[in-house]
Design a protein around this ligand. Structure first.
Ligand SMILES: Cc1ncc(COP(=O)(O)O)c(C=O)c1O
Length: 423
């Protein structure tokens, strides 16, 4: 089938031919990666799905490459192939692999002890730096952005006495039970593939479309939502930017309904040293962040406003110090905080963003010019030092709209996307 788009003929994908070509490639991959194949076969007897973490099975070939080393934006596998890494650990290595200051800080701290369940000076330094960058005065640490979000939701429920959480459709905030929810025709249910949801998500969660202020207003009106947990721009269904005025209205609606606002900056740190919170002058009650701040080490943090901190402290029955549900034995450990300090002090600095954001601007401008020059029905979107193009003419405004522009397994390829992180 051939269709006309913007005056050009677009040919639909021949799925049989595609499958045959894919098999050809898979066979070539097996032949050129014998050591990875061997390790993969060996791992199948001891690792669930044959990998240490199930996402690693999601690889284009039949098995993932096993990594020998990674440095900067390059990865070398055990068969000696070198790759340019456009994934960068899904931003866990946004600053590049093995940044020298982080490597040195980790080595030095490891020799001095990694975890004593006591603070180190780096904790104070990192708290001050995060406060300076994001404008929220008080911080604590976790080992993953998932946990930072979980702790933020617990605090929100504790101080508001409300049970529900609101998220935007097609968001991703890690494996946070409340956020693995979706909506169809206004009905909330488990997100497709949700593995053993503990309770039906409609009991815990309201879901509305990003940028839909009417739906948001209606959902918050009942005053039963403890917290809106939001990325400032969706980044996990491609980038979906907020409409002009969306964040002002979100803040206004949350304030007037007594709902707390948690902004998850885990991916949107690409917008600048203080993420979108600083770049767009947002005023959240809570900021959560993980991945990139550790320079590759497991580390995450959540910051709270002075007002929220007071409300938290007033809850004297809440057990913040032991088994109350916030924290973890290794959270805030010395090794993670040494890595975060080195990353913020020497790697993901103001100067770095001043260099990488203009690079992404140049990338986006040139891609946009090429798209326009060729009269293609595509467009490019940018968020700080991250840019991506999509095979559809306009930027989606909601997560649901964004999903309509992916390749269906049976039909015509309407759109896919590509992301470039300019670091
Ligand atoms: C916005 C956002 N928040 C939180 C997370 C969870 O991070 P982690 O898997 O490190 O817990 C992710 C992961 O992709 C994310 O994109």
């Amino acid at each position: 089938m051939a269709v006309e788009a913007a005056g050009r003929q677009v040919v639909a994908v021949d799925r049989d031919r595609l499958a045959a070509r894919l098999e050809h490639e898979a066979e070539a991959f097996r032949r050129s990666h014998p050591r990875s194949l061997e390790l993969s076969e060996r791992s199948r007897s001891s690792l669930l799905f044959g990998v240490p973490m199930s996402w690693m099975a999601r690889w284009a070939g039949d098995f993932p490459v096993f990594v020998k080393e990674a440095r900067g934006a390059r990865v070398v596998d055990v068969d000696g192939h070198e790759y340019v890494d456009l994934c960068l650990g899904d931003t866990g290595a946004m600053a590049g692999h093995a940044p020298e200051p982080v490597v040195q800080a980790i080595a030095a701290q490891a020799a001095r002890g990694s975890t004593a369940m006591l603070p180190t000076e780096d904790a104070a330094w990192v708290g001050e730096e995060l406060a300076r960058r994001f404008g929220l005065p008080l911080w604590q640490f976790a080992l993953s952005a998932t946990d930072a979000n979980r702790f933020a939701l617990r605090l929100a429920r504790e101080v508001t006495g409300r049970g529900k959480v609101l998220v935007f459709d097609w968001c991703y905030h890690g494996s946070v039970d409340e956020a693995l929810a979706a909506t169809q025709f206004g009905v909330v249910g488990p997100r497709a593939g949700n593995v053993g949801p503990p309770v039906h998500p409609a009991l815990t969660t309201k879901v509305v479309q990003f940028n839909d202020l009417d739906a948001l207003e209606q959902a918050l009106r009942a005053r039963d939502v403890a917290c809106v947990l939001a990325e400032p721009a969706l980044t996990n269904i491609g980038i979906v930017l907020p409409d002009d005025g969306f964040h002002d209205a979100l803040r206004e609606l949350t304030r007037t309904t007594g709902t707390l606002l948690a902004i998850d900056e885990t991916h949107t740190l690409s917008a600048g040293p203080g993420g979108c919170t600083r770049a767009w002058s947002l005023e959240p009650d809570i900021v959560t962040i993980g991945k990139a701040i550790g320079g590759g080490m497991p580390a995450a943090a959540f910051g709270v406003s002075a007002e929220l901190a007071e409300r938290v402290a007033e809850r004297t029955d809440a057990d913040y110090e032991d088994t109350g549900g916030i924290g973890g034995t290794l959270a805030g450990n010395a090794l993670s905080l040494a890595a975060v300090r080195a990353t913020l002090e020497h790697v993901l600095t103001e100067e770095t963003f001043a260099h990488t954001i203009p690079l992404a601007e140049r990338f986006a401008t040139d891609v946009a010019e090429t798209i326009e020059g060729e009269a293609l029905p595509w467009h490019v979107t940018r968020l700080g030092c991250r840019a991506e193009y999509r095979f559809r003419p306009t930027a989606p405004r909601t997560g649901a709209d964004a999903t309509r522009s992916t390749t269906s397994s049976t039909g015509t390829c309407t759109s896919t996307r590509s992301t470039a992180e300019c670091s």
